[in-house]
Structure formats: structure tokens, C-alpha cells
Write a protein that binds this ligand. Structure first.
Ligand SMILES: [Zn+2]
Length: 419
């Protein structure tokens, strides 16, 4: 892409006229569960990338779990590549998985092109991507550090969770919230900061929910540790006090916390301690989101709604769109090693563009979702900001409510080779 004044554009260039609408860089979502192959009935490349195109995203970085097999070996990565071929409406890149048992696969996966690795300090409820202990992490970190790739960590420490009992009232959100306290995130983050100091690797905290960790994270970064932090739209929009009894669509882990916590997360973004906003788009069949807060699957799908949700919250706080482009495009691209061609509107970058109407108001309905299962805790919300068109490498992938064929999305491999 080159960027120039209209009068300097080559005469043969194709022209699209969008009046006073805003042009944003194509958003990059560094935390998505596409679930294919293996759980395509939950979500898949065709439906997730369709929702992404409608939501202003042009690049998704796919998590190594909820798909089958989980992306913990090169063979699994190849299975994912085969599954994705030919059906993506936006570009994608893979994260690899790190467990206590696949240390030998770190270097092969790095060589095969994963953007980094993801691990869990609690049981993700996924047999092929088990949680990793501190000891197992210590064994893997010297190898991981040598790759130069980031380690993304689900930072809740299992021993601080309070599972509760059958007699608790699991229809109440407060019961669920008590079972995953702030302390579990805090203890995990403290442990990770210690490991980062010892092994000098790139640490990324995914879906930070507790604002209580911000001070320690800021101090660790001041020390020069290579730590980045993400939070998600649901932590920046919803708050615990308003979640109704039985509102299992709001279930995710770590949980949505208090209203004052939400405000403190926004302050963390303003202060730059939180680097980016990723969706943690994690759908499942609607039947798995029912029951009570103990039984229901944890995960919120938001690929197609994250942009208006975040923009609505930013408007209320008087924050400019430039911040949104940094939090939802440039910084996630950097995390995934794609920062030289994705996430910015500048010469030399892919022409990934979003035509955005920041003043359009609407009430979110199922017709706005576009992913596989049309359930969402955001339905009925009054939001600002409509995506009018999305371009991927100069070609429209979403325009006037439709998705031009054929799908042209493809895998993006991070630019810097591992060292
Ligand atoms: Zn996730």
C-alpha cells in the first residue's frame, strides 16, 4: 500500500468514495478460538472469518485449543492449515500450545511458523492442552526464550480457585465470581513476573480481568522485563453487579468483575500498562451455554461486535479513535510478529482497511453477529459505530452487508524468524 493525496493517485487506480467516513487500519485480533478442525460445529474458519470481516478485523490469530487436535505439534498445525485453506475471508496466523509434555515440539513449531505459544496455569477443560505446572514451565522456558517468541499465559493459579460446593446457589453470578477470585490472577502474575526475571522471555498476559495486578505489572515493565498485557471487550463493557441470575451467556474465565474494576482497567489502557484489546472470541453450541454458572461453558463470542462495543465505551470516556487503532490493530499485530505489514495505515503495509461510521447508532441484533451460533450477551445493547466496508489487501471482503466471493484470506507467517 502507498498513501497519497487524491490528486496524486495514479489515474488507473480504482476509486471508492466514502465521503466523511473514517478509515481505520484493518483490526488484528490476537486472541480467537476458531475451533476448526475438530469442533467446527462450535465455530469454524468460514464463520469466524465472516464475522471478523463484518466486525472490521482483517487478521485473526488462532488459539491452539478447542480445535482437535490441539496445536501442540507440527502435525496438528498442518491439520489446521489444511482445514483453513480456501475458506477464510480474512487472514489468520497460528499460536502454538505449550503443555508440560510437548517441550520437544517448541522448536519445530517455531520453525513451522507459529507466532508464539499459549499455556494455562489452570485446567482449560481440554484434554489435549493440559495445564502446565511452575516446575514444567521452568523446564520449558530456556528453550522458549531462545525462540524469541512470546509466551501467552492464562494467568489464574489453580490453587487459588475456590470451587465451592453443590449446595451453593450457582444461578447467582456472585457465586461464580467468588469461585475465581482476584487473588488467583494476582498470584499467577506474581509467579510469572518472577519467571520472566529469571529466564528473560517475552511474557504476554492474556485476558487480564483484575485491575489489582496493574501496579505490579507496571513496576515489572519499569524494571525492563518484556511483558505485554491484554484485556477483552467483555471486561471493558459489562460488570458483575449487572449480570442477572442465570445469565450464563456472560460466563468466561477469568470472570467479569466489579464496575470499579472495569473503570480501573480503562485507566490501565490509558496509562499504557494494558497494551491491547483482544476479543477472546470463544463460541460453543448454544446448548452448552445454558444451565447454571457451574455447568455452562465459559466463553464469549464477540468478533463482530468488539469494535462498536469498545468505541461506544471510548466515546463515553472521551477517548480518540487513534487509541482504538493502537489497541486493536497495531499492538496485537506487534504481539504476533506481523507489525511490518499489518495493523497500520502506512506505505508498505497491506491495504487492510475498515470504512467506519463512528456516529451511526444501532441496537445490536442477531443480524449483526455473523458467526456460527447467533447467541450473545451483547444482544439488545445500544451501540455507536458501524463498519460500512472492510478491505483485505485492497479487495473488499465485506461491503454493504455482503461478503464478496471468493474468500481471499490466507495464513500470515510472522516476519522475524526465530533466533
Ligand atoms: Zn481464550
Amino acid at each position: 500500500m502507498s498513501v497519497c493525496a487524491p490528486e496524486d493517485a495514479p489515474r488507473e487506480a480504482l476509486r471508492h468514495e466514502f465521503g466523511d467516513l473514517v478509515l481505520l487500519p484493518g483490526l488484528v485480533d490476537s486472541h480467537v478460538h476458531i475451533n476448526e478442525p475438530g469442533r467446527t460445529e462450535w465455530e469454524g474458519f468460514a464463520t469466524a472469518t465472516r464475522a471478523a470481516a463484518a466486525g472490521g478485523y482483517t487478521t485473526l490469530v488462532d488459539m491452539p485449543l478447542n480445535c482437535l487436535p490441539e496445536t501442540t505439534t507440527v502435525a496438528a498445525l498442518e491439520a489446521k492449515r489444511n482445514a483453513a485453506a480456501g475458506q477464510c475471508r480474512v487472514d489468520w496466523a497460528p499460536w502454538g500450545g505449550l503443555t508440560g509434555h510437548n517441550q520437544a515440539h517448541i522448536v519445530p513449531l517455531a520453525e513451522a511458523g507459529v507466532s508464539g505459544f499459549k499455556c494455562f496455569l489452570v485446567d482449560p477443560g481440554c484434554p489435549g492442552l493440559t495445564m502446565i505446572s511452575e516446575q514444567e514451565l521452568e523446564a520449558a522456558l530456556p528453550t522458549l526464550a531462545r525462540t524469541g517468541l512470546p509466551l501467552l499465559v492464562h494467568a489464574e493459579l489453580a490453587e487459588y480457585l475456590k470451587p465451592g460446593s453443590d449446595t451453593d446457589d450457582w444461578l447467582q453470578y456472585s457465586t461464580y465470581l467468588r469461585s475465581r477470585p482476584d487473588e488467583s490472577e494476582l498470584a499467577a502474575i506474581r509467579m510469572l513476573i518472577g519467571l520472566c526475571r529469571k529466564y528473560s522471555f517475552r511474557l504476554h498476559i492474556v485476558h487480564l480481568a483484575t485491575a489489582l495486578a496493574l501496579e505490579e505489572l507496571a513496576k515489572a515493565r519499569d524494571e525492563g522485563l518484556r511483558i505485554t498485557v491484554e484485556t477483552c471487550p467483555h471486561y471493558l463493557h459489562f460488570f458483575a453487579e449487572e449480570i442477572p441470575a442465570g445469565g450464563t451467556l456472560y460466563k468466561c474465565a477469568p470472570p467479569i468483575r466489579s464496575r470499579s474494576n472495569r473503570e480501573a482497567l480503562w485507566q490501565g489502557l490509558r496509562d499504557g500498562v494494558i497494551d491491547l484489546i483482544a476479543t477472546d472470541h470463544s463460541p460453543c453450541p448454544p446448548s452448552m451455554k445454558t444451565g447454571n454458572f457451574r455447568q455452562a461453558w465459559g466463553g464469549i463470542a464477540s468478533l463482530s461486535v468488539a469494535l462498536p462495543v469498545i468505541w461506544t465505551e471510548m466515546r463515553e470516556r472521551g477517548l480518540p479513535l487513534e487509541n482504538l487503532a493502537r489497541w486493536m490493530a497495531a499492538q496485537p499485530a506487534r504481539l504476533a510478529g506481523l507489525e511490518e505489514r499489518k495493523g497500520s495505515l502506512a506505505a508498505g503495509y497491506a491495504a487492510d482497511l475498515v470504512v467506519f461510521d463512528p456516529d451511526a447508532q444501532f441496537t445490536l441484533g442477531t443480524e449483526d453477529l455473523h458467526y456460527r451460533h447467533l447467541v450473545s450477551p451483547y444482544l439488545g445493547e445500544n451501540l455507536y459505530g458501524k463498519v460500512r466496508a472492510t478491505f483485505l489487501r485492497g479487495a473488499p471482503v465485506f461491503h454493504q452487508g455482503s461478503f464478496p466471493d471468493p474468500p481471499i484470506g490466507r495464513e500470515q507467517i510472522r516476519i522475524k524468524s526465530y533466533c
